[in-house]
Design a protein around this ligand. Structure first.
Ligand code: ADP
Ligand code: MG
Length: 403
C-alpha cells in the first residue's frame, strides 16, 4: 500500500501558516427570496476536522477552494464569500474572508486577524493560472504559507496550481479526510469482489465519457442514467427531443458501446423514460417508451420498468460504485429512479450482500435525500476523481504527496 506524507510529517505547526486546499464547491439552491444557500454540506463538514486539528496545534489556517467554473475571470456570483458563513457554522469558529487568493492583501489580512479565526480566500479559478497550473500562480499561493495541506480529493485528478503545482514549492501533506478517503477506497475497491457494477449518471457528460472508455474494462455491469443516458440513446439513433444531451459526443458513446461488447461488460441503458415539457417540481409528466419522445419533451428520469430491471442487476452484484444521479433528483417526481436504486443498494449493503461506494457532490446529496447515505460502505467526497481512481489512473494531486 502506498503511503502519503501526512500532517504529523510536517513537524511543529505552532505559529505556522498552513494553506489548505478544500473543495467548497458544494451544491447550492435559492431560498424563496432568491438568496443562495448550501443544499448539501458534506464537503464542508469533511474538511472541518483537519482545520480544527491544525488550529489545535497552533497553526494559522488559510482555506482555499474553487467554486463553479468562472473560467479565469472574476464572476461575483461565484465568490467564495457565500461559503464563509457555512464554513464558520461547521467549524464553530470565526471565518474571515479576503477577496483575493494571492498577494499582499492575503498576508495583511492574516496578520490583522485576532483570536481563533480561519482565513478564507477568494475563488482560485478567478485566476486563469489555477487550472493551467501556472508555476507563477502556484508560487504566489505558496508565498503566503509555510505548509500546504490537500483536503480536496475531489479535485486531485486535475493537476492545477492549488492541487499539484504548489506541492512542489513548500512542505506538503495529505489532510485527514484525504488520507481516510484513500484508505477507505483501497479497502473497499482495491480488490473488488465480482460481479462489479458501476452506475454512472448525472450531467457532466463530456468529462465522464472519458472515464467510461477505461471503466468498461474493469466492471462487469455498467448502468447508465441521467444526462449520460440521453447521450447514449441519441448515439443509438433514438430521438431525445429537448433533453440534456451532447450530440457531438455520439461517436465517443458508440466507441464505448463497442469496447464494452469486446470486454464482456454489459451496458444497461434505460428501456422506458419519464419526460416532461418543463424543468420544475411537479411538472406534468409521462412515462413513455424509447420511441415516443416528442420534440419538446425533456427526459428527466429513467422509467419504472428500467428501475425494476436494474434492481435485479444490483442483487446479482457483489460490489457497486456509483457516480451521478439517474435523473433530475432535485425536483420531484424526477427523483424516483435515483431514490429507488439508492434504497435497493443501501439495503443490499446493510444485509452484507454488497460493498457499495458512491461519490460526487450531487450523488451524495441524492443519497442523503434518499436517506441511505449511512448504509453505503463508503461515501466519497469526489465524483470525477473517484472514477479516475477506479480506472487505475494516477491522480496528480495525490501522486505528489507520496512518501
Ligand atoms: P455528481 O456531482 O454526483 O458528479 P453531476 O454533477 O454530473 O453529478 O450531475 C448531477 C446533476 O445531473 C443533477 O443536478 C441532476 O439534476 C442532473 N441530471 C440528472 N439527470 C438529468 C436529466 N435527465 N436531465 C437533466 N439533468 C439531469
Ligand atoms: Mg455535480
Amino acid at each position: 500500500m502506498t503511503h502519503y506524507k501526512n500532517i504529523a510529517d510536517l513537524g511543529a505547526l505552532d505559529g505556522k501558516r498552513v494553506l489548505i486546499r478544500a473543495d467548497l464547491n458544494v451544491p447550492m439552491g435559492k431560498d424563496k427570496d432568491g438568496n443562495p444557500y448550501v443544499t448539501d454540506d458534506t464537503r464542508i463538514r469533511s474538511v472541518a476536522p483537519t482545520i480544527l486539528h491544525l488550529m489545535d496545534k497552533g497553526a494559522r489556517v488559510i482555506v482555499m477552494s474553487h467554486f463553479g467554473r468562472p473560467n479565469g475571470k472574476v464572476q461575483p456570483e461565484m465568490s467564495l464569500e457565500q461559503l464563509a458563513q457555512p464554513l464558520s457554522n461547521a467549524l464553530k469558529k470565526a471565518v474571515v474572508f479576503v477577496n483575493d487568493c494571492t498577494g499582499d492583501i492575503v498576508a495583511e489580512t492574516l496578520d490583522a486577524m485576532e483570536g481563533d479565526a480561519v482565513l478564507l480566500l477568494e475563488n482560485l479559478r478567478f485566476h486563469p493560472g489555477e487550472t493551467s497550473n501556472d508555476p507563477d500562480f502556484a508560487r504566489a499561493l505558496a508565498d503566503n504559507a509555510d505548509f500546504y495541506v490537500n483536503e480536496a480529493f475531489s479535485c486531485s485528478h486535475r493537476a492545477h496550481a492549488s492541487t499539484e503545482g504548489i506541492a512542489h514549492l513548500i512542505p506538503s501533506a495529505a489532510g485527514l479526510s484525504l488520507e481516510n478517503e484513500l484508505t477507505a477506497l483501497e479497502k473497499a475497491l482495491g480488490n473488488p469482489q465480482r460481479p462489479l457494477c458501476a452506475v454512472v449518471g448525472g450531467a457532466k457528460v463530456s468529462s465522464k465519457l472519458d472515464v467510461l472508455i477505461n471503466l468498461v474494462e474493469k466492471v462487469d455491469h455498467l448502468i447508465i442514467g441521467g444526462g449520460m443516458a440521453n447521450t447514449f440513446l441519441a448515439a443509438k439513433g433514438i430521438d431525445v427531443g429537448s433533453s440534456l444531451c451532447e450530440h457531438d459526443l455520439a461517436d465517443t458513446a458508440r466507441a464505448i458501446l463497442a469496447k464494452a461488447a469486446e470486454q464482456n461488460c454489459v451496458i444497461h441503458l434505460p428501456t422506458d423514460l419519464v419526460v416532461a415539457k418543463l424543468f420544475k417540481a411537479g411538472a406534468e409528466n409521462r412515462v413513455i417508451s424509447l420511441d415516443d419522445v416528442a420534440s419538446d419533451d425533456m427526459i428527466l428520469d429513467v422509467g419504472p420498468a428500467t428501475v425494476a430491471g436494474l434492481a435485479e442487476i444490483l442483487k446479482s452484484c457483489k460490489t457497486l460504485i456509483w457516480n451521478g444521479p439517474m435523473g433530475a433528483f432535485e425536483i420531484t417526481p424526477f427523483d424516483a429512479a435515483t431514490v429507488a436504486l439508492a434504497k435497493a443498494a443501501g439495503k443490499l449493503t446493510a444485509e452484507g450482500a454488497m460493498v457499495s461506494v458512491a461519490g460526487g457532490g450531487d450523488t451524495v446529496a441524492a443519497l442523503n435525500h434518499a436517506g441511505v447515505a449511512n448504509q453505503f460502505t463508503h461515501i466519497s467526497t469526489a465524483g470525477g476523481a473517484f472514477l479516475e481512481w477506479m480506472e487505475g489512473k494516477e491522480l496528480p494531486g495525490v501522486k505528489i504527496l507520496e512518501k
